[in-house]
Design a protein around this ligand. Structure first.
Ligand SMILES: [Zn+2]
Length: 260
């Protein structure tokens, strides 16, 4: 475990110990996964993978713990008296189909995979190709969302370039899958108010950030917070994340201003 991760674990553990509430707070929490098994280098990509075994344990917790309702990314609203949790994946790794889908299907957990055209069309070594993406999209509970045409950070681009990235990726996926694509996630979590407004104009109803936090009934649906999941997230840490004891990270993210 590196120093930064060690400090994060220590602070979150301390917050969980001084918390008076044993219950989950209500709201809509969106989990962010990437690869399930393919990437294994903890040092460089701990935030980009979990092992299939760990993923299985996380998903079992979602089904077993009282006070949690598992919902699709496009459905959660933060009303109600349970914690709503959605499972999402960025980038469309091949192992999402081979490793994650069997676990999710067995447990009847809906999920959303955000994919970029560039990876699907031109990078079949690590990412789903077109045939595999179609296969994944046909599974019960699966939703495909966009993740930019070329997987570029959107905030540095000008308005027409942003439009190209978000509009073309939507059109490409709709043609390929034969159904509307109404959700997206921002590549690298890169966004500003211009990006957000172009995404709305392109016809998306929901978009996921990489900013830590839990959503309530009033959050902008095009700026939905997520909760990144890490290769070293034991059951204890996973439950801490579900309860919000890691959300303090959001306050230290560079893009905090956008959400205030
Ligand atoms: Zn990405």
């Amino acid at each position: 475990m590196n120093l930064k991760r060690g400090i994060s674990c220590g602070i979150s553990e301390m917050l969980s110990r001084i918390s008076l509430s044993a219950n989950f707070r209500t709201g809509f929490r969106v989990l962010l996964y990437h690869s399930v098994g393919t990437r294994t280098d903890l040092k460089t990509s701990g935030v980009y993978y979990v092992t299939p075994d760990l993923f299985q344990r996380h998903m079992s917790i979602l089904k077993e713990l009282k006070g949690i309702s598992v919902v699709g990314f496009e459905e959660g609203n933060g009303y109600g008296d349970t914690l709503e949790v959605a499972v999402t994946f960025d980038d469309g790794f091949k192992d999402n189909l081979s490793e994650a889908v069997p676990i999710l299907t067995e447990l009847e957990i809906p999920f959303t995979v955000f994919v970029s055209r560039k990876h699907i069309k031109y990078d079949a070594s690590e990412y789903l190709n077109e045939a595999e993406l179609k296969e994944l999209a046909a599974w019960p509970g699966a939703t495909i969302g966009a993740h930019g045409a070329n997987h570029l950070p959107l905030a540095p681009l000008d308005q027409s370039e942003i439009w190209h990235e978000v509009h073309d990726s939507k059109n490409y996926l709709e043609d390929l899958l034969g159904k509307p694509v109404l959700t997206m996630s921002y590549p690298f979590g890169s966004l500003n108010h211009v990006v957000r407004d172009v995404v709305e104009k392109a016809g998306y109803l929901r978009a996921a950030c990489r900013h830590w936090g839990i959503n309530d009934a009033y959050n902008d649906r095009l700026l939905l917070y997520r909760t990144p999941i890490h290769a070293e997230d034991t059951e204890r840490i996973f439950i801490q994340k579900l309860k919000g004891f890691w959300d303090w990270h959001g306050r230290f993210q560079r893009d905090q201003k956008i959400y205030e």
